[in-house]
Ligand binder design. Structure first.
Ligand code: GLN
Length: 498
C-alpha cells in the first residue's frame, strides 16, 4: 500500500504505474491536513482545485500519458509564493481585504515560476502554509494568523519563517516549498527534523516569490528525506528569463548525486560556529553528524570563517534595507487592503500601512529606511555591504581547501513559543549560524543528525546538521546529506504525535 510518508520517487512511481492514483494521494493529504489543523500550519487549503487537478492527472495517465517526476505528489507552498488558484497572504493583514478572513487574501494574476515548474512535473499543490509575516522572523510568531506549532512538541516553535512548511512535512506530508533569506528553510527544517535546502542564490527563479530581500531570497524544498529533497530541487531549479538574478547554468542531477559517498571528500569544520555556547545535546548531535561523515571516509579539516560574528549586524541592515524598498509597494493602491479610501492619498497610505503591517515588519521598514537615508547610507548600508564581501571571501577561501562545511544550524533545539518574540535582538542573534551562507550566496542544507534526549518536562527534539557548499555545488550537498542520512537514519515521530 502506498502511504504519504514514502519518499517522493516512490509516490510518483506508484501514481505513474497505477498502483495508486493521484486522487487517492490527494485525498490522503487533505485528510492529513484536517487531522493536523491544531498545528495552525496552513493558511489556505485548496481542496477543490487540488482534487480537480489530481483527477485530471489520473485521466491523462489512463489515456496513455506518462506522468512526470512528481506525478500526483501532494505539495504545500509557503504563502509568499504566488498562485492563481489560491489567495497569497504572506502571513500579513495588509494583503487581506477583510482583516480576519484568509480567503479574502490578494489574488495573484500569475503563478510563480516554481509553481509552474511543479505543475509541469505533475505535482498537485494542496495548500498554502503559514509563515512569519513577509518571511520576517525565526519562530513563525510574527504571522498575522498566529504561530504554527512544532509537531514534536506543540508548546514549541517549528522555526521560521517557513514554519508551516516544516511543521507539515514533519507531521507526515511528503514535501513543501519554502523560501530562505537568512535561514528560513534550514532553521525550521532543523527544528522539525526534516531535510531543507537553501539553493545557491540564482539557482531557482524568484519570479512570483513575494520579495523580502531580493539579493538573499531563494526558494527551496522541504522533504522527509534527502533524496526527496533532491528530486524536488531538480524539478524547480533552472534559468528563468523573468528573474534577472537567475543564472543560466545547467541543472545537475541531484538525485544521482545522492548515490555518491563521503569517501575522499574534505569536510571543513568552521571553528567560529563552535565558539558560541551550544546546547550540549545540539553539540553532541552535530558532532555525531561530522563523525558519520568521517566514518564514511571523509577527511575532517578545521577551518576558520573569521568574519562570522559580523553576519548578524550585516544581514539585519542589508535585509531591512531591501525590505524597506520592496515593501513600499504595499500602500493600499494595488494590493489587498485599503484603509480610509476617501481621505488624502498620503493619509490613505499611512493608515493602510499602519493597520496592515505587524510590529516586526514595521521595525524592519523603519530600520531599513534609516539605514538607506542620505547621510547614513555609507555608514550603515555601505559598511554592511563591505562586511558582506568579507564574509563571502571567507567562504571562497575555505572552499579552496575543502568541499563542504559542516556546522550546527542553530545553537539550541526548537525553543518555546513566547520566549524570544518580545526580544527582537535575541531573536536576530539566534540566526547567527544560518546568515553567513545567505550573505555569501552559497548553498546550504539542514539534514537531521540526531535528537536531544527526552526529559521529564520536554519531549525529544530533532537536531539538524548544516552542510554548506560553494555556489552551484548543490550536488556536493546532496552527496554529503545522503551520507549523513544513510549513517544516522531519519528521526521518527512517536505515532501519537503524527
Ligand atoms: N530569521 C531571519 C529574518 O527574520 C531570516 C528569515 C528568512 O530567511 N526569511 O530575517
Amino acid at each position: 500500500m502506498t502511504t504519504l510518508d514514502q519518499p517522493i520517487t516512490e509516490l510518483a512511481e506508484a501514481v505513474r504505474s497505477g498502483e495508486t492514483s493521484a486522487v487517492a494521494l490527494c485525498e490522503a493529504a487533505l485528510d492529513h491536513l484536517g487531522l493536523h489543523e491544531a498545528l495552525n500550519a496552513t493558511i489556505h487549503v485548496q481542496r477543490d482545485a487540488a482534487l480537480l487537478r489530481a483527477e485530471k492527472l489520473d485521466e491523462q495517465r489512463r489515456s496513455g500519458r506518462t506522468l512526470g517526476p512528481l506525478a500526483g505528489v501532494p505539495i504545500v507552498l509557503k504563502d509568499n509564493l504566488c498562485t492563481v488558484s489560491a489567495p497569497t497572504t504572506c502571513g500579513s493583514k495588509i494583503l487581506l481585504r477583510e482583516p480576519s478572513d484568509s480567503s479574502s487574501g490578494w489574488r495573484s494574476p500569475y503563478d510563480a515560476t516554481v509553481v509552474t515548474k511543479l505543475e509541469a512535473a505533475d505535482a498537485v499543490i494542496i495548500a498554502k502554509a503559514n509563515l512569519d509575516e513577509f518571511g520576517m522572523g525565526s519562530s513563525n510568531e510574527t504571522s498575522a494568523f498566529g504561530p504554527a506549532l512544532n509537531p514534536w512538541d506543540q508548546s514549541r516553535t517549528p522555526g521560521g519563517s517557513s514554519g508551516g512548511c516544516a511543521a507539515l512535512t514533519a507531521s507526515g506530508l511528503p514535501a513543501a516549498l519554502g523560501s530562505d533569506t537568512g535561514g528560513s528553510i534550514r532553521q525550521p527544517a532543523a527544528f522539525c527534523g526534516v531535510t531543507g535546502v537553501k539553493p545557491t542564490h540564482g539557482r531557482v527563479s524568484r519570479y512570483g516569490l513575494v520579495a523580502f530581500a531580493s539579493s538573499l531570497d531563494q526558494v527551496g524544498p522541504f522533504a522527509r528525506d534527502v533524496r526527496s529533497a533532491a528530486c524536488l530541487l531538480g524539478a524547480i531549479a533552472g534559468h528563468d528569463p523573468r528573474d534577472s538574478t537567475s543564472t543560466d547554468i545547467p541543472v545537475d542531477d541531484y538525485l544521482d548525486a545522492c548515490a555518491g559517498t563521503a569517501n575522499g571528500m574534505r569536510v571543513g569544520v568552521p571553528k567560529e560556529y563552535f565558539e558560541h555556547e551550544l546546547d550540549p545535546s545540539v553539540a553532541a548531535a552535530t558532532q555525531a553528524g561530522i563523525d558519520a561523515l568521517a566514518n564514511a571516509g571523509a577527511e575532517v579539516i578545521p577551518v576558520s570563517l573569521p568574519h562570522t560574528r559580523h553576519a548578524v549586524a550585516s544581514y539585519y541592515l542589508i535585509a531591512a534595507a531591501e525590505a524597506s524598498s520592496n515593501l513600499a509597494r504595499f500602500d493600499g493602491v494595488r494590493f489587498g487592503r485599503r484603509e480610509e479610501p476617501d481621505s488624502q492619498l498620503d493619509s490613505m497610505y499611512s493608515t493602510t500601512r499602519g493597520a496592515g503591517f505587524g510590529a516586526e515588519v514595521k521595525r524592519r521598514i523603519m530600520l531599513g529606511a534609516y539605514a538607506l537615508s542620505a547621510g547614513y547610507y555609507d555608514e550603515y548600508y555601505g559598511r554592511a555591504a563591505r562586511v558582506r564581501t568579507l564574509i563571502r571571501r571567507d567562504f571562497e577561501r575555505a572552499f579552496e581547501q575543502i568541499d563542504v562545511l559542516a556546522a550546527p544550524v542553530t545553537a539550541t533545539p526548537a525553543f518555546k513559543l513566547g520566549t524570544l518574540v518580545n526580544d527582537p535582538l535575541a531573536m536576530y542573534l539566534s540566526d547567527l549560524f544560518t546568515l553567513p551562507a545567505s550573505l555569501a550566496g552559497v548553498c546550504g542544507m539542514s539534514v537531521p543528525c540526531g535528537m536531544t534526549p527526552a526529559r521529564e518536562d520536554c519531549a525529544a527534539l530533532p537536531v539538524g546538521l548544516q552542510l554548506m557548499a560553494g555556489a552551484f555545488q548543490e550536488r556536493t550537498l546532496f552527496r554529503m546529506g545522503a551520507a549523513v542520512e544513510d549513517a544516522l537514519g531519519k528521526p521518527t515521530m512517536p505515532r501519537s504525535s503524527q
